[in-house]
Ligand binder design. Structure first.
Ligand code: UTP
Length: 454
């Protein structure tokens, strides 16, 4: 362990000696904890990240990204067949990110434990696992699930999966690991303490997944079981189609390293990251950076010129993801936040306005590293049901309504009739898609809603 003199020298070299200002008041255990934190700090990295603000995109550099593979393209059946072959061969693993703090939902527990099943009240974790088990039934191999948690919900998530008997996931097909953290700093870049023996930290953003997969042994697990491609979904998308054969197939056919699903924007000014072409390269640009006239511009056929939003559904080749983990220059964003911290008197301050920065990396910021990428259009309402807010848009209620809409459509496509407005839910293990449902329901099927097929 580093000595206090070495710790002081390390901090002083970066003008961060305030970290030790309560050191003499600590007991031996507290001293050891703080020294261990200081030893683990990479202060060169911190100085670099703090100094390097991610440049805002120059509006003049933003152009539409045209190369989007549409739903129903001529080669779709081939892509699906190719994806199915990869699933049968066990070459696809699923990464589910669930490390966020879920502040907007205000739920006391991991977001994945939030009940959203339109009829069953199954939780987000249960829905995602049911889909993987259903893929296992269909293709003979359950895609392994790599579930990334964060410091605020790791232990709870482990307990939930234990209580729920892993929601049917075989033991060797589930790995739960924790993402890393980054230290929090004040507006001048000085490290903050949230206890006399502890540097304030926060999850390092979903871009922290690459290093976390390396450090947890997730990449090693993938290599040992032949997983070559990673399907990425976010825990709060109740309709996320992990390891979707169509997506897997196109990703393989294009030999893509980083593939993204894209959804048509709900309206020109929708608050969502958007796929654009920035100086000749594919990029996700925040809605705040796209000038309003460009966001509203339409082509002759009426389509928005910048019309594709990012639902956060990706695929990477494992090798590409592994290379990102080893980068020292992964871009970080500074998020201006209210960070509880100790003042000079050692009192914990709960600020009412932002007072410092959390440092976060975003997975999609690695898009510029891909030599080959792919944008695949998806049917928005069929695979994007985000649970972000307590009520209103992107809430549990809107996710339940989207579920009902999707499954009602499947029943009608199978020749059945739905007369009422009640909620409808179909367990993925009963039917993974409309085609499978058709093979199970007779044409005379009728329901007035409040239906759960399982
Ligand atoms: P969001 O950006 O919506 O954040 O995460 P959140 O924490 O869930 O919710 P708010 O903003 O506090 O209300 C999008 C996805 O990325 C994951 C989340 O769990 C979610 O699946 N995520 C986010 C992480 O895994 N780690 C992070 O550090 C941040």
């Amino acid at each position: 362990m580093i000595t206090v003199d070495d710790a002081r020298a390390k901090l002083t070299a970066h003008d961060q000696q305030q970290v030790l200002r309560f050191f003499e008041q600590l007991d031996d255990a507290g001293k050891a904890r703080l020294l261990a934190d200081i030893e683990a700090l990479d202060l060169d990295w911190l100085a670099r990240v703090f100094a390097h603000t991610i440049d805002k995109v120059n509006p003049a550099d933003i152009a539409p990204y045209e190369d989007v593979v549409r739903v129903g393209a001529d080669d779709e059946a081939d892509a699906i067949a190719r994806g199915e072959e990869a699933l049968r061969a066990g070459r696809v693993g699923v990464l589910l990110v669930a490390g966020g703090q879920g502040t907007r939902l205000g739920f006391d527990g991991p977001k994945g434990d939030f009940p959203v099943g339109a009829v069953s009240n199954r939780t987000l974790f249960e829905l995602h696992c049911a889909r993987l088990c259903a893929l296992g039934q269909r293709y003979g191999v359950v895609p392994p699930l790599y579930l990334m948690t964060g410091p605020s919900n790791h232990e709870d998530t482990l307990a939930i999966f234990e209580r729920g008997a892993r929601y049917g996931m075989p033991e060797d097909r589930l790995m739960i690991f924790q993402q890393g953290t980054a230290p929090c700093v004040d507006e001048r870049g000085k490290l903050l303490l949230d206890a006399p023996d502890h540097i304030a930290c926060s999850p390092n953003g979903n871009g922290g997944l690459f290093a976390a997969m390396r450090d947890s042994g997730a990449f090693a697990h993938m290599r040992s079981c032949g997983v070559e491609h990673i399907s990425y979904i976010q825990v709060d998308n109740a309709l996320a189609q992990s390891a979707d054969p169509r997506f897997v197939g196109y990703h393989l056919a294009r030999e893509s390293q980083f593939s993204c699903k894209a959804m048509p924007k709900a309206d020109p000014m929708e608050k969502v990251g958007q796929f654009t072409n920035v100086r000749g390269r594919l990029a996700v640009v925040e809605y705040t950076e796209i000038p309003e006239d460009l966001a509203r511009e339409r082509r002759a056929d009426g389509e928005l010129r910048i019309g594709w939003g990012n639902p956060g559904i990706f695929m990477w080749s494992r090798r590409f993801a592994e290379a990102q983990a080893d980068r020292a220059d992964l871009p970080f964003h500074k998020a201006h936040k209210k960070i509880p911290h100790l003042d000079d008197a050692g009192t914990l301050v709960e600020p009412s306005t932002p007072c410092g920065y959390k440092l976060e990396a975003f997975a999609f910021d690695t898009l510029d590293q891909a030599e080959r990428s792919l944008i695949l259009a998806c049917e928005r309402d069929a695979e994007f049901a985000p649970v972000k807010n307590k009520d209103g848009v992107d809430s549990p209620a809107s996710a339940r309504a989207l579920m009902t809409k999707l499954y009602r459509g499947w029943i009608e496509a199978a020749g059945g009739r739905v007369s009422g407005e009640g909620p409808i839910e179909i367990d993925a293990r009963y039917a993974l898609d409309a085609g499978e449902l058709r093979s199970k329901l007779g044409e005379s099927f009728e329901t007035s809603g409040d239906l759960y097929l399982k």
